[in-house]
Design a protein around this ligand. Structure first.
Ligand code: EPZ
Length: 419
């Protein structure tokens, strides 16, 4: 397993491009199953999770071709398999996103239960209950979700909990259902809006995406599309935190500042000077040490849980005491145990991490446990004194395109070392 070797202490300075959003690309690629006509998806990030999704779609009979500019063409005119096997689903929970499109277009699906992961149990009951409300017959046996429906019917669905992929799965299912579907207490994430834009360009009738009430009037069939994926707000936020932790000055191009407002406000609270343009974000820390901030993760437009580990790392080296409360997932403080090995003074009280900033973290061999925890550890390594070795960085590669290249572009002393 590859590792990342990071020599800390250099401020991040320079300019990089933000990649396309992983959490928009995954549902959009799955959405290609909804049409018999080819679709083109542009600005697709080169990530492990994207490769896994494409392998899954190809195993179903979807023809996938790439060009050399991150554009992918998908042709789902000859889907022979309506099944997502455990071998693939266990490596990427977001495979659940093929469930809605398969039932909507083909009336059947067999999707392995994703199972939990490091950050929590990650149930998919709301996905299943929503499909049942739309008339699907669903049984769960031998670890598979088996769903069938002659034709889904529109329904009025109120989510008990805000669920991003639950909203996306049922929005896709409703696009081909008979009649009108109302999704209430729906997720408002920018990635949900991007998926809605993609589906609408295929001919879907969707209104309200980005609000907590989404209305979908089903149509009989969907056509082709040519869609460009929006910038990845979490990747962007991660590099902004890296600049804040190392006292640097970084400019992000191809970014979407309007999707990062909660994060930008917190970075400004931490003492960063931030200037945003139409598609750029520039952060200048001016060599200053960040000031601790209090964070409470909530669904969008609140502070994103996917930025929690990164802010833990920042608070670990900031001036003062900052509290970080995680309200979305029940076990998303794995990175804290590793940060403590680097000298961080963080104590966990229930769902809250109380972080007292230290002057310097000390390098140590650490282990990544999940995607965003590993990002937090990389950032900690950039700020620490000495050489930090981050193990199990396959977690990082799932969600960050060429992370060591982009960090080297910003002046970091980082390299990928084989086991
Ligand atoms: C999406 O996961 C993202 N993944 C996650 O990003 C992100 O952390 C999460 O939303 C929250 O923003 C993708 O978009 C591919 P949820 P998702 O359903 O949809 C509970 C990353 O790092 N819940 O919004 O799986 C659930 O347990 C990843 O890129 C149910 O109880 O998350 C959690 O407590 C990590 N039943 C809460 O809802 C359900 O049926 C929010 O989960 C579904 C969810």
């Amino acid at each position: 397993m590859d590792k990342l070797l990071i020599r800390g202490g250099t401020p991040l300075n320079g300019t990089i491009n933000v990649s396309g959003a992983k959490n928009a690309a995954l549902p959009i690629l799955a959405g290609a199953l909804l049409s018999a006509e080819p679709v083109i998806v542009r600005n697709v990030p080169q990530l492990k999770d994207v490769a896994t999704t494409i392998t899954l779609l190809q195993s179903m009979g979807v023809e996938v071709t790439f060009d050399d500019k991150l554009n992918v063409e998908l042709d789902a005119s000859n889907v022979t398999q309506r099944r997502a096997p455990y071998e693939l689903v266990k490596t990427m929970r977001a495979s659940i996103l093929v469930l809605g499109p398969l039932v909507a277009r083909f009336g059947e699906a067999a999707v392995s239960l994703p199972g939990g992961c490091a950050i929590g149990a990650r149930p998919v009951n709301l996905h299943v209950e929503g499909l049942e409300a739309m008339g699907a017959h669903v049984v769960v046996e031998n670890g598979f979700i088996l769903a069938r429906a002659d034709r889904l019917a529109g329904a009025h669905i109120v989510f008990d909990t805000v669920t991003v992929t639950g909203t996306e799965n049922l929005m896709m299912a409703a696009a081909l259902a008979d009649g009108e579907t109302l999704l209430e207490n729906a997720a408002r994430e920018p990635e949900v809006i991007d998926l809605a834009r993609f589906l609408t360009s295929m001919g879907a009738n969707i209104s309200g995406a980005g609000t907590s009430t989404i209305r979908i009037v089903g149509v009989d069939r969907l056509g082709g599309a040519d869609h460009t994926v929006l910038p990845d707000r979490i990747e962007a936020g991660t590099y902004l935190v890296g600049a804040a932790m190392t006292g640097g000055k970084v400019r992000l191009n191809r970014a979407s500042p309007q999707t990062l407002e909660a994060v930008i406000v917190k970075l400004q609270e931490a003492g960063a000077r931030i200037v945003t343009g139409e598609d750029s974000i520039e952060i200048d820390m001016g060599g200053r040490r960040p000031v601790s901030v209090d964070i409470r993760t909530t669904p969008y437009p609140g502070f994103p849980t996917d930025m929690q580990a990164q802010f833990c790392a920042m608070n670990a080296v900031a001036e003062g005491v900052g509290t970080i409360t995680e309200t979305i997932f029940e076990n998303r403080f794995q990175h804290v145990l590793e940060l403590q090995r680097m000298g961080a003074d963080i104590r966990i009280e229930g769902h809250t991490a109380v972080c007292r900033g230290v002057d310097k973290l000390t390098a140590a061999p650490v282990m990544a446990t999940d995607l965003r925890a590993s990002a937090g550890l990389v950032l900690a390594g950039l700020a620490a004194e000495g050489d930090t070795l981050v193990d199990r960085i396959y977690h990082v590669d799932r969600g960050y395109e060429r992370i060591e290249e982009k960090l080297r572009q910003l002046g970091a002393d980082i390299k990928r070392v084989p086991n």
